[in-house]
Design a protein around this ligand. Structure first.
Ligand code: PHE
Length: 453
């Protein structure tokens, strides 16, 4: 059994928890969760999403960390080594490749949206220094989307920030940044939550988020909720598997996995409870949706709050940081693989991936302006990339991960990795979820995408 990885190691249990939480908490919680919840009518969708976190997310989270730590390489090669070790087919390496491609597709649009948050951060900073503020949030957002040059610039800045950290490796930079900045973002969310309460619409928001209207439920909702569960927990594309490869041997996987999943869920729910009161208070339909939701609603709140401009700057900059610690993990699996498979240095490998991600991201940039007419089905280019990567590839990746950990790896290996001292019932619960429940749920949702159900 290998005790370390050639790519580096987390210095402690806390370092892993911070890095994995940094990966999980990002635009998925604060940008994507509110906007797709809005599009899916609230309550019922949120409960289905929470069910997916529990029944699919947690078991897959444990599985990814187990596979990563046992293999200690990039996903592709960890899967090769483990398959060899148990005499399974090397075709399982395919899971690693699916992960790398999904991560790459997600990185391409993620970086563009993170660019929006950077742009908003700087708008507020300029306002602090006396520039005119955002008086008409719809117009501000619309003009940003219409400006391909500006979008490309911020997308480029964000990609450079990401590649900077990935090129340096896991120990430096990453651990330190996450430890300070993530708690700050959380405090800021609590301040926004307090503002949300002060609008007098907290309970309306809570009702929208948690009171299910089961008559609204559609199969599409299950597809989106499952995709979001994977997206927000960074699962199904081997990111957590890769981080697991750098996890010291003594760390208890169920404990850290649960901590990461719980923090991620709490942040998403607090973001929802902070943002929806504002939406309702300003007379916006909470079901109006759209990828611009937080960019058009939150500036209304910042315009009214005492010190609102300051909070606005801080909020969007911290959100950029949250996105940053996530995009690093989107780039890491592909980089680790390139380093293993070629004789490129980590720096060159990371630069190559960033350049390709940036180029592909231009499809997302143009989907809002010069190519806004181009559609695939009912989606624009960004929507199509987001759908294929998040709602299709992540669940397929998650399914294969669960099958590999549950059926292919021996029980001796999984038990040893999860924790020798884990009570038997808990191990059995994980095993049967991973073997049966999780795969069945994913297959059922996938079948509904294909129109079989
Ligand atoms: N979990 C991240 C977020 O919620 C996005 C992400 C997805 C990161 C997949 C890594 C892998 O923003």
């Amino acid at each position: 059994m290998k005790t370390s990885s050639i790519h580096g190691m987390w210095s402690s249990r806390l370092a892993f928890v911070l890095a994995a939480t940094g990966s999980a908490v990002g635009l998925g919680n604060i940008w994507r969760f509110p906007y797709i919840t809005s599009e899916n009518g609230g309550g019922a969708f949120v409960l289905i999403y929470l069910g997916c976190i529990l029944l699919v997310g947690l078991p897959v989270m444990f599985s990814e960390i187990v596979i990563g730590r046992r293999g200690r390489m990039s996903p592709v090669n960890s899967l090769r080594e483990l398959s060899d070790a148990v005499g399974a087919s090397r075709a399982w390496m395919g899971l690693g490749f699916i992960g790398i491609i999904a991560g790459f597709l997600i990185l391409s649009f993620y970086s563009v949206v993170a660019g929006w948050t950077l742009h908003y951060g700087f708008l507020y900073i300029k306002e602090l220094f006396g520039a005119p503020g955002i008086t008409d949030p719809d117009a501000t957002f619309g003009s940003l989307l219409g400006n391909a040059g500006q979008l490309t610039f911020w997308h480029g800045v964000f990609m450079l920030m990401t590649v900077g950290v990935v090129a340096l490796g896991v120990e430096k930079g990453l651990e330190r940044a996450v430890g300070i900045l993530m708690p700050m973002l959380f405090i800021l969310l609590l301040i926004l939550l307090a503002y949300g309460v002060s609008t007098g619409h907290f309970w309306d928001a809570a009702r929208f988020l948690f009171q299910p209207d089961w008559s609204q439920v559609s199969t599409g909702m299950f597809v989106t909720a499952l995709g979001q569960a994977f997206f927000t927990l960074s699962l199904g594309m081997c990111a957590i598997m890769t981080y697991g490869a750098y996890l010291p041997a003594h760390v208890n996987i169920p404990r850290v996995g649960t901590a990461v999943a719980a923090s991620d869920t709490v942040v998403a729910l607090i973001a929802g409870l902070a943002i929806f009161p504002v939406i309702i208070a300003f007379g916006i339909d909470p079901g109006s949706g759209g990828a611009g939701l937080i960019f058009t609603s939150l500036p209304l709140a910042f315009a009214q709050m005492p010190f609102g401009i300051f909070y606005g700057a801080l909020f969007f900059l911290l959100l950029s940081v949250a996105a940053w610690t996530s995009s690093i993990s989107l780039m890491e699996p592909a980089t680790a693989y390139l380093v293993e498979a070629t004789n490129l240095s980590r720096k060159t490998a990371a630069l190559l991936i960033a350049l390709m991600g940036w180029l592909l991201g231009l499809a997302t940039v143009f989907s809002f302006n010069i190519w806004s007419e181009v559609t695939i089905g009912d989606k624009n280019l960004m929507g199509a990339i987001e759908f294929v990567a998040t709602d299709i590839m992540l669940p397929v990746g998650g399914l294969l991960t669960a099958l590999f950990a549950g059926w292919v790896l021996s029980k001796t290996i999984t038990k040893e990795e999860l924790d020798d001292k884990m009570p038997d019932w808990a191990f059995k619960a994980w095993l049967w979820l991973t073997r049966i429940v999780t795969p069945m749920l994913i297959l059922w949702v996938m079948a509904s995408i294909l129109g079989f159900l």
